[in-house]
Design a protein around this ligand. Sequence first.
Ligand code: SAJ
Length: 420
Amino acid sequence: MLKFARIKKFKQESDIKQDMKACFMGLGYIGLPTAIIAAMHDVEVVGVDVNPAVVEKTNAGILHIVEPGLAQKLGEVVSSGALRASLTPEVSDAYFIVVPTPFKGNHEPDISFVEAATRAVVPFLKEGDLYVIESTSPIGTTELMAELIYRLRPELKDKIYIAYCPERVLPGNVIYELVHNDRVIGGINPESTQRAMEFYARFVKGELHPTNARTAEMCKLTENSSRDVQIAFANELSLICDRAGINVWELINLANKHPRVNILQPGCGVGGHCIAVDPYFITAAYPNESKLIADARAVNNYKAEWCAEKVINAMLRFEIENRRKPVVAMMGVAFKPDIDDLRESPAKAIISKVMQRCNNARILVVEPNVAEHHVFKLTPYEQAYKEADIAVFLTAHTPFKSLPWDDNKVILDFCGIFRR
Ligand code: SAJ
């Protein structure tokens, strides 16, 4: 605590810069922006990544991820010397673990990257240092890493500060949300919580909420599971409405007129690397207690399969009725509207399935936010829609909303472009 009191005092004396050094392990979609923001707040930052290309680009001031407004900020902190990238950690005052936590084949979380990054910083730790995990992690990971650190460096037991602080930013709005979102911060003891809060107070304008490490870990998983369950409810309604001959968009709009009802929108499934992943961190560890969370995952996964079957059936029907194969436009590949991120996209899975099952049909794939794709040949959206006998709307990109409804086409609108 002493050391940090000193830092606070320095800050009051105003123009003394770089009163601490921090090491960010992982320069990805969260690690790099956070490292940049810290470097803008009097922290000398070393950003560490295992990928030499990332290190090289970052040191050249070139952004290797897509995030509005960030390239300029990277240029500034690199040229001022506030941020450097490296393949290996360095002696610092604080260490942040911001690496991926994917899951293995059976939906078991894989914390091997968190462990590898932790092992890499252990030799550099000294008394009074702060160690924080930001990576989405199963409950108990922070305690597990604390045990690992103390096993390798027993002399540091209770002499360093260890905490968990999840990020909650929405890609595309990262700079704003990193600063303005509230943060939940949970240490392995109250001193660690306090020490981590003092660090985040440097740049977070949102509120900082203290808790313990396990609650903070569960909080991140809860946020994304909550959204997954809510989306599953909307997707389940869409399946029921399809059978019942009810317009689901009108139904949800009307139900949401109730002052205490707020239903989300159905789509062609749930994609991205967070909402479709994090609930499994709960279900893998607590299978008997997490039935609703598991069912929501199943509903959202099933929705993509259901959409693919709908497309395949519409194509077969068209062929029988018209004695020729249809031209099919698959509108949207990204996992959500108006982004270029195609990873874990249900739209991509639907397109692949339809192509496998109908390999002779002419299928036009549309993704206005991407210039080219290594598997799909992309067609401009207006041209594809014009040529299509069957138009399948998978992602609600804004430009699609200006296309006219056409009674001469079969339109499968899974994401509510026309809301009819
Ligand atoms: N979706 C629907 N219907 C909706 C809303 C979303 O089908 O009404 C679908 C989207 O199309 C997409 C998926 O859900 O396929 C996820 O999109 P999203 O915008 O809900 O979330 P992400 O994955 O971009 O970001 C989430 C955010 N978490 C929450 O909103 C609780 C973000 O704040 C987290 O930081 C991020 O996960 C993360 O990194 O965990």
